[in-house]
Design a binder for this molecule. Structure first.
Ligand SMILES: [Zn+2]
Length: 345
């Protein structure tokens, strides 16, 4: 997932900033991330949300992992997609499969299968919940077996598992508003780190998130736009840290502040940190830039003590991203926070 300017060596970073200033085309706009919006304190009475079952979310994650790496064009990918569709159908959602072809960083054509699930499909008042369901076809941040696909328990399966559990709960509770749950395909097929050079870092950014880019580009005029969106990505590791990320703040700052305040109120401020993180490329980047749906990203991203720089967890794009790192208390923190937000926003 996601190249950022902050993953590259400091000297290259400085050179790159200079380069971007010359071109006036730099994707990262650090000054914009300062405008944090504090919403007024809500006077509405607190509504207790329905219970989120972290055992259930964990099982949904394990099931995906048991299929094997869900890299595009693999049997595991197809079987897992079929299973997600069956499960979401059983939770009362109406499913539309969006298929197409996208071009990968290396020029190869990849089939695409976005899974679009709608609860109460005719309701005008809607919300969007999304995650990517494909997994990275290589382990470019590992020291061994870099050309083997990762199993993606956290990077892929955790977001899907948490949203499936939320979907199950909302259906059980006869939630009355409309809910769009979208599982994006081909998020994690971006150009490998080991091939990155100074000049291609910027141009390679758009090689990520091909499923959400395809979806945003092909939205029909009749599509009922949700009032806000929540993206979850890597939401299952022990001691995960979710900062207030820059693109989310720029486009969905109001909702981001609300959600982080709610997390703190219900006792999850140790996961939902109020520190501000630089903008990253993830599915929400394209949703925000290409549609009018303000969408925030809940993503494991924090300062690594070893480097002093923002980075994803140590498991990121390595073979350590397996079931061993999935921690039910983290799933519970994320699930309860999102449900509390939905019921109290
Ligand atoms: Zn990834």
């Amino acid at each position: 997932m996601k190249i950022t300017f902050f993953n590259i060596k400091p000297i290259l970073f400085l050179l790159l900033i200079g380069f971007c200033l010359i071109l006036h085309s730099c994707h990262s706009e650090p000054d914009k991330i300062q405008k944090e919006i504090e919403p007024p304190q809500s006077t509405k009475e607190w509504i207790n949300p329905p219970l989120f079952d972290s055992d259930s979310a964990y099982k949904f994650i394990k099931k995906q992992v048991d299929f094997g790496p869900r890299k595009p064009k693999s049997i595991a990918h197809k079987n897992c997609g079929d299973w997600i569709i069956n499960k979401m159908t059983s939770f009362g959602f109406l499913i539309t499969e969006q298929t197409g072809k996208v071009t990968a960083f290396d020029g190869s054509k990849l089939p695409l299968r976005n899974i679009i699930c709608r609860l109460n499909p005719n309701k005008k008042n809607r919300i969007l919940l999304c995650a990517h369901w494909d997994t990275r076809p290589f382990a470019d941040r590992d020291s061994i077996n870099q050309n083997e696909p990762i199993i993606g328990a956290n990077d892929g399966a955790s977001g899907v598992g948490v949203l499936m559990e939320i979907a199950r709960v909302l259906n059980n509770e006869n939630y009355l508003s409309g809910v769009d749950v979208i599982f994006f395909d081909v998020e994690d097929y971006g150009a490998p780190n080991m091939n990155s050079t100074f000049f291609d870092v910027q141009s390679m950014n758009d090689t990520w998130c091909l499923g959400s880019q395809f979806w945003a580009r092909n939205l029909s005029a009749e599509y009922i736009r949700p009032k806000y969106g929540i993206l979850v990505d890597m939401v299952g590791a022990e001691n995960a840290e979710f900062p207030k990320e820059g693109i989310s703040m720029e486009y969905a700052g109001y909702y981001q502040s609300k959600l982080w305040n709610i997390a703190e109120k219900i006792g999850y401020g140790n996961y939902f940190k109020k520190k501000i993180a630089p903008p990253i490329t993830d599915d929400h980047t394209y949703i925000n830039q290409m549609t009018n749906i303000p969408t925030l990203d809940i993503i494991h991203y924090s300062v690594r003590p070893s480097s002093g720089r923002f980075d994803f967890g140590k498991f990121h794009h390595t073979h350590a991203d397996n079931m061993k790192i999935i921690h039910k208390p983290t799933l519970k923190a994320v699930g309860e926070t999102i449900l509390s937000f939905i019921y109290n926003i």
